[in-house]
Design a protein around this ligand. Structure first.
Ligand code: GUN
Ligand code: ZN
Length: 442
């Protein structure tokens, strides 16, 4: 069978992927191949490995795109982002609660208009591809049409994406409020329209415990229980004033995480952003329940929220599932390279350096595990969906200069994180299709 009949295509370059958790053993977990071929067909990876070995197995005439000075990786996963907040990126200088009321809520009110939502959703999805992000867990606004706009665009690109409309029935401007029953009904209708259609999955999205009444948290939990495969996403313990506010709103719960726990909102496929002001007992409960944390370092730095204790969360024996999030628009970068760099710096500030391989894992296979998607994405291996990013290792004159002294893969990753950004994203593949080609743009 020739390549046209088989539907195979292939790419060639260096390859980095993971067989296991590098927090346990860096060297064992990482698979690096300086000259590899990754073959794809019908949206999946069908073969990969050393170029000379794979080349001999390819159907004749398989087209091979060769990327020189480039690294092929599983596509990046952004485990926490608010696409409607793109218009407030960089508007700040305020801590979380003031930032929400002065910048974020007024902007989110604009998404009552589906045309506005479509405009931003298009830009958001384009930016993901320009940054090598192939999957994200995305907050909409309270308006269901914000999610219709997002999922329409993601379905068109055949992307594996997670999203949900925000549930918020108190402590926000009137035009951003639903009610417990309306939020439930609107989420249910979105689930019927989008959940598990193509590569999309729905996330029930109580914004945080301050903007949902106990009735709404209970309704969210009921909907989550009734919807197989659905996600639950929210925020926890991001900022000290927020933590105190939650304590005053839920005086019978000893700690912030207990609120979500009591309502049945912890478990596999639950993703909580931040978790800065949590202690070891909270981390143990997150690990025990399989709940994931999205670490969003550029956001935490921008809002002055604090330093996430990644080393404590990932403590051996009971590691919490952690992924990285951009948390746009409180986050300041779309780039997962910049986000990895920020995570490394936040770790370093606590005297617990994060290795470049661990940072890369948190944005790929670690995130896929945290999102319960590791059978599908996050690893470059036969059978996995072909969502890939190709990093140009010499994307700027300074990076080119700096890379002359680099011999090891972990040093190369460190340079990309320190100096790289969207210019380093040479190509992005979504479900086996070239979805972004930097050099084909005019
Ligand atoms: N907590 C509740 N809502 C938000 C939000 O939109 N961004 C961040 N960073 N934290 C939140
Ligand atoms: Zn957030």
């Amino acid at each position: 069978m020739n390549a046209v009949a088989s539907g195979w295509t292939a790419i060639r370059g260096a390859l980095l992927t993971f067989d296991g958790d590098p927090f346990v053993d860096d060297a064992q977990a990482c698979r690096y191949e300086p000259d590899a071929i990754v073959a794809m067909a019908h949206g999946r990876i069908v073969d990969c490995g050393a170029a000379d070995v794979v080349a001999a197995r390819l159907p004749p005439d398989t087209p091979i795109t060769r990327y020189r000075d480039a690294l092929i990786s599983a596509g990046f996963i952004d485990a926490h982002v608010h696409y409607p907040q793109l218009p407030v990126i960089g508007a700040g200088g305020k801590p979380l609660l003031e930032w929400l009321t002065s910048h974020t809520f007024p902007t989110e009110a604009r998404y009552a208009d589906i045309d506005y939502a479509r405009d931003v959703a298009l830009r958001y999805v384009d930016e993901n591809l320009r940054h090598g992000i192939t999957t994200a867990a995305v907050f909409g606004t309270v308006h269901p049409q914000s999610i219709d706009a997002l999922f329409d665009e993601c379905a068109r690109r055949d992307m594996r994406m997670i999203g949900g409309k925000a549930l918020m029935d108190r402590h926000a401007p009137a035009d951003l409020l639903d009610t417990a029953s309306r939020g439930y009904d609107e989420s249910k209708a979105l689930i019927a329209r989008w959940h598990q259609r193509d590569r999309l999955a729905y996330a029930i999205t109580p914004r945080f415990a301050a903007t949902s009444t106990p009735e709404q948290l209970a309704a969210a939990a009921a909907l989550w229980r009734e919807t197989p495969g659905a996600y639950l996403q929210s925020h926890v313990a991001e900022n000290r004033a927020e933590v105190e506010w939650i304590a005053s709103l839920f005086p019978n719960d000893a700690r912030y995480l207990d609120v979500y726990d009591r309502f049945g909102l912890l478990g596999k496929r639950a993703i909580y952003a931040h978790g800065i002001h949590l202690d070891d007992a909270d981390f143990a409960r997150l690990a025990e329940t399989g709940t994931a944390l999205a670490h969003c370092p550029t956001s935490n730095n921008f809002l002055g929220s604090g330093l996430f204790a990644l080393h404590r969360a990932r403590s051996a024996g009971r590691p919490v599932n952690v992924a990285l999030g951009t948390d746009l628009g409180a986050g300041t970068s779309f780039s997962m390279l910049r986000t990895m760099q920020a995570a490394s710096e936040v770790a370093h500030l606590q005297g617990r350096p994060l290795s470049p391989l661990c940072a890369w894992w948190l944005a790929t296979q670690g995130a896929a595990r945290a999102l319960d998607l590791d059978d599908a994405i996050g690893t470059v291996a036969p059978g996995r969906e072909a969502d890939l990013v190709v990093i140009d290792l010499r994307s700027t004159p300074l990076i080119d200069f700096r890379m002359r002294d680099v011999e090891r893969i972990d040093d190369a990753l460190a340079v990309q994180m320190a100096l790289g950004d969207d210019r380093a994203i040479r190509a992005t593949y979504v479900h086996g299709r070239l979805a972004w080609d930097r050099d084909a743009q005019v």
